[in-house]
Ligand binder design. Structure first.
Ligand code: GLU
Length: 556
């Protein structure tokens, strides 16, 4: 077979040589040890929470080492493309601290190693495709895409179980041999009829031979050599993932390929392809899939339909990006939490991210853990920061509350300041969507009595306590003075002013000072749990506090 002739027939318009092409993609000049990583999603308009893992790892490894992190849009499957998805993705990821140096960025397209969108790289792939044909390492196959699809479908079906694999394998080999045996004449004939072809790699591999491979996360692996003439170019001339991966990561100078472990079974193909193309194999890191527990406590893949799968859900649910990022770090690196406990004030970007500490077998997604992390994150923020985040969230999701918050920023911030700072800050909410419930009672528009009085107290006693408290209320008292005044009420109304003493002889009292506080609390906040009541009353002011106490007694 005259391979050069075949190549010219298949790719008549490719005139550029590989050498010429590669001059346009010189080796990057970066400091020693700098890593070049990429995030390479398909633009489906849906950013999976799981995508944040390779994206964060890629970003950390590149930026921690003074390298480059770029975005490549893998839009070779045109059927799945959603317009504007790439821009949306860049914005969403930026919100989670993942910023790209090249490819699509917040400031538009950047970088000298593009185009960064695979659909614009067709001619580039064809240069290498042609070269493989010239070397006798790839050949055209004129079966229609429908035929191939039908073949695939058959394999997937129920019969799969009953398939005699030795026979199926023999059949595959026979098909492969037949396809390989195509002659120049036949090619010419197909082409003259305008028939499309797919380009296949002429594998030549032997399944009985083992390939040894080291994945930076999974460790040492061994798998059979690829012996399948897999497709490099589809019938529309667009590359498959495998071919595009090899060409792009080679030209763009990727040092570390970070991707989901679902690509592990394709590794044999990739190793072979890089060898055939004479490309240096990058380092690989296959990230374990994110799992969740189902109703029966079994581990399941976090699938697209699951709650928490769509990254955009998190902001809607009221999780701030800081919390999600920190949660992702705890899942990614087993020593993150320990580091964070020692350095609570430092941002996660200061954490020395280590490949060695990555989970090999899969991280478990868990809302409880996320909530814990998020409560901590929010508790460490300043009141102003929480105010800004809550306002931004409410503008999108609860405009009425946003209006209330915006009507008096100083007031809202003073509320959010309660119990903040110090060694043990309050941890009242994990999500910004919970802030309204937490502080809503400070707004007359939202105030309502939500909890019920504990049943053991008579309405008369409660009324008497509140009336006594109101009569003697002095706004100028400090916290201790305020509490003394509540003790005074307790004493006068037959409640024990000291909880310990009460516990020794509960039958001698109607209740204790804590109960008296809870009557006042319920009247003022509508709830039996609230932040420090003294401070609440200070912020509400005397007039509104007394009005609420009064309204409450009247309602009894
Ligand atoms: N487009 C591939 C995916 O979304 C990228 C895998 C890779 O990073 O190479 O799974």
């Amino acid at each position: 077979m005259d391979y050069q002739l075949l190549a010219d027939l298949l790719f008549p318009s490719v005139t550029k040589t590989r050498e010429e092409l590669e001059k346009e993609y010189p080796a990057r000049s970066l400091p020693e040890g700098a890593k070049v990583t990429r995030f390479a999603p398909s633009p489906t308009g849906f950013v999976h929470f799981g995508g944040l893992f390779p994206a964060t790892v890629g970003e950390r490894l590149a930026h921690q080492s003074g390298g480059v992190f770029y975005l490549r849009i893998e839009d070779t499957d045109a059927k799945r493309e959603v317009p504007g998805a790439a821009e949306g993705l860049v914005k969403t990821l930026a919100n989670y601290g993942v910023n790209f140096d090249e490819g699509m960025t917040l400031e538009g397209e950047k970088g000298a190693y593009g185009p960064y969108k695979q659909s614009l790289r067709r001619d580039i792939y064809h240069v290498y495709a042609k070269e493989l044909v010239v070397k006798g390492l790839a050949y055209p196959c004129f079966s229609s895409e429908e035929d191939l699809e039908a073949l695939k479908q058959v394999n997937k079906k129920e019969e799969l179980k009953n398939t005699d694999w030795t026979e199926a394998e023999a059949q595959r080999k026979a098909e492969q041999d037949r396809a390989r045996a195509i002659t120049l004449e036949e090619v010419k004939e197909h082409l003259s009829k305008g028939e499309p072809f797919v380009l296949r790699l002429l594998s030549g591999g032997d399944k009985d031979k083992k390939v040894r491979f080291t994945d930076l996360i999974k460790g040492n692996l061994e798998f059979p050599e690829n012996d399948e003439d897999f497709v490099l170019l589809k019938s529309d001339g667009i590359p498959t993932y495998h071919f595009a991966h090899a060409v792009d990561d080679h030209l763009m100078g990727t040092t570390h390929v970070i991707r989901g472990e679902e690509w592990l079974p394709s590794l044999a193909k990739h190793v072979q392809l890089f060898t055939f193309l004479g490309f240096k194999l990058p380092k690989y890191m296959h990230i374990a899939q994110i799992m969740r527990l189902d109703e029966n406590g079994n581990k399941k893949k976090l699938s697209k339909r699951d709650m928490g799968a769509n990254l955009d859900d998190y902001s809607r649910m009221g999780y701030c990006a800081e919390s999600v990022c920190e949660y992702v770090m705890t899942l990614l690196n087993s020593n993150y939490e320990e580091w964070h406990a020692k350095n609570p004030e430092l941002p996660y970007t200061d954490f020395p991210f280590s490949i060695k500490k990555m989970s090999v077998s899969g991280c478990l997604f868990d809302f409880d853990k996320l909530n814990d992390v998020s409560k901590n994150v929010l508790s460490r923020m300043t009141a102003e920061h929480v105010y800004d985040l809550t306002l931004a969230w409410a503008k999108e999701n609860d405009p009425d509350f946003a209006e209330l918050l915006a009507s008096d920023a100083v007031y809202a911030t003073s509320i959010l300041s309660i119990g903040r700072g110090g060694k043990k800050p309050r941890k009242d909410f994990a999500r910004l969507s919970e802030v309204k419930d937490y502080m809503g009672f400070f707004y007359d528009e939202l105030f309502e009595i939500k909890d019920a009085l504990p049943e053991q107290f008579s309405k008369e006693d409660v009324k008497a306590c509140i009336t006594d408290f109101t009569k003697n209320y002095d706004e100028s008292l400090d916290n201790t003075g305020w509490f003394d005044s509540v003790k005074g009420v307790a004493e006068r109304q037959g409640f024990c002013p000291d909880v310990k003493a009460y516990k020794q002889s509960p039958e001698s009292y109607k209740g204790h000072v804590g109960d008296v506080s809870s009557f006042i609390r319920l009247a003022i906040t509508g709830k039996l749990n609230s932040p420090d009541l003294y401070t609440v009353m200070q912020i509400l002011g005397k007039e509104r506090s007394l009005a609420r106490l009064d309204a409450f007694t009247q309602s009894l």
